[in-house]
Ligand binder design. Structure first.
Ligand code: SAM
Length: 224
C-alpha cells in the first residue's frame, strides 16, 4: 500500500511516523508513506496555497487549483484507479471508525489531504475527492493529526504488520464488540488482585471468562 499525505506542515509527521509500528511497517516495506508539502504545487514565487474567502469573513481558504495539481501529480503513477482513494480530512466528513479503517486497508493507494486555516475551497469537497473523513465532532487546527490517526489505524491492519492473533479479539474487530480485560504482574498490587481464573491454566474456562467479560464491557459501553 502507498499512502500520500498532503500537508502544509510536513515536519509534524516526523516523530509519529518514525517510531513503533509505523516505522517497522515502513522498514519492512509493507507500506510506503510519502509526506508532501502542498506548497510544492503552488505556482507563484511566494508559494501561495490559500487566499481570502469570497464574501468576506475570517481566515484563509485553501485553493482548488493548487489541490487539483497536487492530486493529478500524485495520481500519475497509479495504474489501478479503482484501488485508490482521495480523502479530504474535514470535521464535516463521515466519522472514522474501525470498519472504515478495514475498508481503506484493502486499497493499494490513499491520498490524505490535510487542511488548515478555514479549510478547503468548497469545490475541492464537491469535485476533487472521493470522500470526506472526520475523526470526531470537534475542530482541530489542521488535518495533520487526523491523517496520523487514520494512517496508524489502517497500517496496523495490513498483512504482516502485526501478528494476526493480536488483532483477533481486538475491540471493534467484530462490530461494536470490545476486547476482554488483560492483566500482568504484579499479581497483587495494593490488594487489587488478578482474577484467580487467569492463573488456573484452564484455557477453556479462561476463554469463556474472557468472552463473558468482553460482552459485559460492550454492554456497559452501549448504555453509558
Ligand atoms: N472551518 C472548518 C469548519 O468549521 O468545518 C474547520 C477548518 S479546521 C480549523 C482546518 C482543517 O483541519 C480542516 O480543513 C481539516 O483538514 C482539519 N480538521 C479539523 N478538525 C478535523 C476533524 N475533526 N477531522 C478531520 N479533519 C479535521
Amino acid at each position: 500500500m502507498r499512502i500520500d499525505i498532503v500537508s502544509l506542515f510536513p515536519s509534524m509527521f516526523e516523530g509519529p511516523f518514525d517510531t513503533s509500528m509505523l516505522k517497522k511497517a515502513k522498514d519492512k516495506a509493507l507500506v510506503e508513506i510519502n509526506i508532501h508539502n502542498l506548497r510544492d504545487w503552488a505556482e507563484d514565487k511566494h508559494k501561495t496555497v490559500d487566499d481570502r474567502p469570497y464574501g468576506g469573513g475570517p481566515g484563509m481558504v485553501i485553493r482548488v487549483d493548487v489541490v487539483q495539481r497536487a492530486i493529478s501529480n500524485l495520481q500519475l503513477s497509479i495504474f489501478n484507479k479503482k484501488k485508490s482513494k482521495i480523502i479530504l480530512l474535514s470535521p464535516q466528513g463521515k466519522t472514522f471508525d474501525q470498519a472504515k479503517a478495514r475498508e481503506l486497508s484493502k486499497l493499494e493507494h490513499i491520498i490524505l489531504l490535510a487542511g488548515h486555516y478555514e479549510g478547503f475551497d468548497e469545490r475541492i469537497h464537491e469535485h476533487l475527492v472521493d470522500e470526506e473523513i472526520s475523526i470526531g465532532n470537534y475542530v482541530l487546527t489542521g488535518g495533520e493529526l487526523p491523517a496520523m490517526v487514520i494512517t496508524d489505524a489502517v497500517v496496523r491492519l495490513l498483512p504482516g504488520v502485526l501478528e494476526e492473533e493480536a488483532r483477533e479479539n481486538e475491540s471493534f474487530s467484530s462490530g461494536e464488540n470490545l476486547d476482554y480485560p488483560v492483566y500482568t504482574r504484579p499479581e497483587d498490587f495494593k490488594g487489587w488482585k488478578v482474577p484467580d481464573i487467569l492463573r488456573t491454566g484452564d484455557h477453556k474456562k479462561i476463554t469463556e471468562w474472557r468472552a463473558e467479560k468482553a460482552n459485559k464491557k460492550t454492554e456497559l459501553k452501549k448504555i453509558s
